[in-house]
Every structure is written in structure tokens, then in C-alpha cells.
Design a protein around this ligand. Structure first.
Ligand SMILES: [Zn+2]
Ligand SMILES: [Zn+2]
Length: 310
């Protein structure tokens, strides 16, 4: 690239010589044709083990690396900086140093923005990231707590999104992807906060599941149907209840997943007390076809399930 990178050492704001032996030891092995027995050439070519290269010119008072590539050659530049206590300054970037002392020796106008890293943290990649930063993976806010659907990200009902929520108009970083039952459902996604706070249910007169099986208090019915992310089911999804409370939805399960939950299998068997039940159970598949919906009682921890009836 038509772009330079400078390695300098400063003492009392003035360039000071770097140890020439260190320069020779670090750059000599990757110098094309080798370095002369003494002194440094005016300009020379480097080629690292991975084929990445650079041109170098200057002297112990300052080296300029030009036409360099991203790759192993930057590790050699980093090694040179570590060995000599110098700093490296890619064009248009702040200087990277390996000690606060070195920062104190910089020309005053450079000090504030210089970046000090521990010597072991100064690698070719550190330099590369300064020149060409990678976008940080976006940090997303913590989801509200859903007592009846504890991990809606794992079940796939909530997923990351940079879109605005149709209900609150805010970009929350998450979107609900499960079913929404309402006469006047929004065209685009709503956020899980609008579900948790009851805002979406109120605004659209919506529920997120079709019903709840079993006797539970009204406030549980409201919490499950109107303030809990639902999940898609082949037929209309409903919630299970146990011990007088709504159960928590754990996710989709096939025959393989159900092996770990004999109590859920027992619960399924009671729903199909005929000779076809075994064949039916082995045909269950987490990813499609007849699927089981796995729950756990919030009181006694018994696993429960129901399944698509073929
Ligand atoms: Zn919202
Ligand atoms: Zn129970």
C-alpha cells in the first residue's frame, strides 16, 4: 500500500538512536539478501516467512516502512518496537508505545493521543487493528426476565436486530420472531421489552400464545399469554401448567432430546395411550415434522411436554 509507518524512539521530545544491534537482529533475518556485516543500508527490502514484505529506509534515528503488507512482516515491526523501546506510528494514526515512560518522552503534542500497550500485547495484529479497525461486535442490552420463557434467544423466539420496534419505535437490539395473535397485528417486529412490559399486548390487544392448559390464577394467564414471548407450533401453541402455576417453556424437542427427560416422555405417553405411541415418540424431531414442546414446572421441576399430533 502507498502508506508509511514510522518507528521512532524519543528522549526528551527529540528522536534518539535505537540500538542498531537490535535492528540488525530483528530485521536481518527477514532482509532480502541479508544485511551487510556492519551498518545499515540506505534502503532495503524485507520479506517475512508468510511472504508479506515491506521496504525500509532510514537509520537508527528513525525507520520508515513503506509499501508494507498486512501479515507476518508487522510482527517483525512489533518485535523491533518491543526490543528497542521505540514507538510505531502508522501514517495518520497515533503512536503505539510499550511504556508510560516512553509516552513522557514524546513531543508534547503527541502524548495525549499515544496508545500505551503492554509489551506482550504489541503484535503485528495490534498494529494492523490500529490502521484498519475491525468493527466491534455490537453489545446488546440484557433482555427482560421472562419467568415462563426463560431463554427466548435459545428457543429462537427472540433474535438480534438493528430495526426499530413497531410498538415503541426504539431500536432495542432485539426483535420478537414468534407468533402474535391480534386483529390488528403490526407489519414489522416488536421488541421483547414491549412484550415484558405489556405494552404490545395492550396496544394491539394481542396474545403470544393461544391458551394455557390447566387451572391457574388469572394473573398467571395474563402473564403467560400477554407478557411472555410465544413460540411457533404447527398447530396453535398453548402453554402447559403444573402445581397451580404456568410452566416454563424450555424449547423444541425431538426423540433424541427427550431421552434426557423421562418425566416428559411419561407425560407424552399419557396423552396417547395406544399401541402407536412408541412409533410416534421415535418420529419426533426437534427441527420439523412432529415436534414436542418441552416445559418444566416452576414449582416441582417436573418436565412436561406435548407434541404435534400427526
Ligand atoms: Zn418495543
Ligand atoms: Zn409441578
Amino acid at each position: 500500500m502507498g502508506y508509511n509507518m514510522y518507528v521512532w524512539r524519543f528522549v526528551d521530545e527529540e528522536p534518539a538512536p535505537m540500538d542498531e544491534t537490535a535492528i540488525r537482529e530483528v530485521l536481518g533475518p527477514v532482509t532480502v539478501g541479508g544485511l551487510p556485516p556492519t551498518g545499515l543500508p540506505e534502503a532495503w527490502d524485507l520479506e517475512a516467512e508468510d511472504g508479506s514484505g515491506s521496504e525500509v529506509y532510514g537509520d537508527a534515528l528513525g525507520l520508515t516502512f513503506s509499501r508494507f503488507a498486512f501479515g507476518g512482516i508487522l510482527d517483525h515491526v512489533a518485535a523491533l518496537v518491543r526490543r528497542t523501546g521505540a514507538g510505531v506510528m502508522p501514517q495518520d494514526c497515533p503512536m503505539i508505545l510499550t511504556s508510560e515512560t516512553a509516552r513522557g518522552h514524546l513531543p508534547e503534542s503527541w502524548r495525549a493521543e499515544a496508545i500505551v500497550v503492554a509489551p506482550e500485547a504489541l503484535t503485528g495484529r495490534t498494529i494492523q487493528l490500529l490502521i484498519s479497525p475491525q468493527p466491534e461486535p455490537r453489545r446488546r442490552p440484557i433482555l427482560p426476565r421472562f419467568p415462563y420463557h426463560p431463554n427466548p434467544v435459545a428457543t429462537g423466539s427472540v433474535t438480534t436486530s438493528d430495526e426499530l420496534c413497531a410498538c415503541c419505535g426504539q431500536e432495542r437490539g432485539w426483535v420478537y420472531t414468534g407468533p402474535l395473535y391480534a386483529a390488528d397485528a403490526p407489519d414489522s417486529g416488536i421488541c421483547p421489552y414491549c412484550i415484558a412490559f405489556g405494552k404490545a399486548a395492550e396496544r394491539y390487544d394481542a396474545t403470544f400464545a393461544d391458551g394455557i392448559e390447566g387451572d391457574v390464577p388469572d394473573d398467571v394467564v395474563t402473564a403467560v399469554l400477554r407478557r411472555t414471548p410465544g413460540f411457533p407450533a404447527r398447530r396453535s401453541p398453548y402453554w402447559l401448567a403444573h402445581c397451580g402455576d404456568g410452566a416454563e417453556f424450555l424449547g423444541f424437542a425431538g426423540a433424541e432430546e427427550l431421552e434426557r427427560y423421562p418425566d416428559a416422555v411419561e407425560h407424552l405417553r399419557r396423552q396417547w395411550p395406544d399401541e402407536h405411541v412408541d412409533g410416534f415418540l421415535t418420529a419426533l424431531d426437534k427441527d420439523g415434522g412432529p415436534t414436542a414442546y418441552l416445559f418444566r414446572c416452576r414449582v416441582c421441576a417436573t418436565h412436561l411436554a406435548y407434541a404435534d399430533v400427526t
